[in-house]
Design a protein around this ligand. Structure first.
Ligand SMILES: NC(=O)c1ccc[n+]([C@@H]2O[C@H](COP(=O)([O-])OP(=O)(O)OC[C@H]3O[C@@H](n4cnc5c(N)ncnc54)[C@H](OP(=O)(O)O)[C@@H]3O)[C@@H](O)[C@H]2O)c1
Length: 318
């Protein structure tokens, strides 16, 4: 598996990591015993760049990873996030980037994760009420205290990325990027590249849609969060299926899966890009791990580029 250097401070991660969110929240039923088995398997194959957040669960996803880390913490490159406040009952309580909040969140995450350091700590969403320099200043203190190794941001604008990076070097920007979410290519990804900040593409499979396994709303369990999002309305799904057909066409020609086409397209976008497909299943973990950027020829990459650029996606990301 190709390794990606995220930022200039030297954090190296496998290009294909593991998104752990769905093991505890948002995507329907999950089972901790099965998830722990999957995390074992991920480590065995080398897929050791794990992504979580305090708000997944809320809180239970970090606790799950904390169990998986017992006696092998050093084998995992652990990324977590703070900034989206949720109550124990799941209630949404807004966004915070205040220095006190950052430090309290970090201590709480360390406890749940059963560790004394986080490899990559992201601000999940920027707080419009708190200057980014103040939040990053607090994160820099956490670096100095040895509680976190590297700093990341999620869904930041090009302007905020620059301000943050001037306060303390930022190693990674994590933002949605896939064949149906390409807006970062305009100014955000170029800015990250100019500053030497690595990019971590989340939801590279379009939250599952681009794999061809989710064709209609009935394919998702009642209560699945995706059912409440614009791109999973009946109308949007019917329309956006045409993009999936294109992905499937290339997959069939090459005798690989649509998920591998979608993932390879993201990976081929640059050596500075890592991605964290989320799964709860061994079969998908192995398919994703086996996906390399060069599975697609230059012509196939260009064909997908052109098709997805001209295709008008129905439905906002959120
Ligand atoms: N920073 C942020 O704001 C943010 C937002 C969203 C997500 N994330 C992170 O990014 C990670 C990945 O994003 P995501 O989970 O939203 O979307 P994703 O990776 O695009 O898609 C996940 C979905 O695809 C399915 N899947 C995975 N591999 C597959 C394969 N090979 N074939 C068919 N289906 C497959 C999964 O099914 P099963 O679950 O059934 O295996 C799941 O339903 C999350 O786990 C989370 O860590 C970050």
């Amino acid at each position: 598996m190709r390794m990606v250097k995220l930022g200039q401070q030297g954090l190296k991660v496998p290009a294909v990591g593991l998104g752990c969110m769905g093991m505890s929240d948002f995507y329907g039923h999950s089972d901790d015993t099965e998830s722990l088995k999957l995390l074992d398997e991920a480590l065995e194959i080398g897929c050791n760049f794990w992504d979580t957040a305090d708000m997944y669960g809320p809180f239970t996803n970090e606790a799950l990873l904390g169990k998986a880390l017992v006696n092998r913490r050093e084998k995992v490159i652990l990324a977590t996030k703070f900034g989206i406040k949720r109550g124990q009952d799941g209630a949404w309580l807004g966004i915070s980037g205040s220095p006190e909040y950052v430090k309290a969140c970090c201590d709480a995450s360390l406890k749940r994760l059963n560790t004394d350091y986080i490899d990559l700590y992201y601000q999940h969403r920027l707080d419009p009420e708190v200057p980014i320099e103040e939040t990053i200043g607090a994160m820099a203190e956490l670096v100095r205290a040895g509680k976190i190794r590297y700093i990341g941001l999620s869904e930041a604008s090009a302007k905020d990325l620059e301000k943050a990076h001037h306060t303390h070097p930022v190693s990674a920007l994590q933002t949605e990027f896939s064949l149906w979410s390409r807006d970062v290519e305009e100014s955000i990804l170029p800015k990250a590249r100019e500053l030497g900040i690595g990019f971590v593409a989340y939801s590279p499979l379009g939250r599952g849609f681009l794999t061809g396994t989710i064709k209609e709303r009935a394919d998702l369990e009642p209560g699945d969060w995706r059912l409440s999002t614009p791109r999973f309305s009946e109308e949007a799904m019917a329309h956006n299926q045409k993009l999936v057909e294109k992905v499937k066409e290339i997959a069939t020609e090459k005798d690989i899966t649509p998920s591998q086409v979608a993932l390879a397209w993201v990976l081929a976008k640059g050596d500075d890009i890592a991605t964290i497909p989320g799964t709860r299943r061994s079969k998908y973990l192995n398919l994703n791990w086996a996906t390399q950027a060069n599975i697609l020829s230059k012509n196939e990459q260009a064909e997908l580029d052109a098709f997805s650029r001209d295709f008008k996606i129905v439905g906002e990301r959120y």
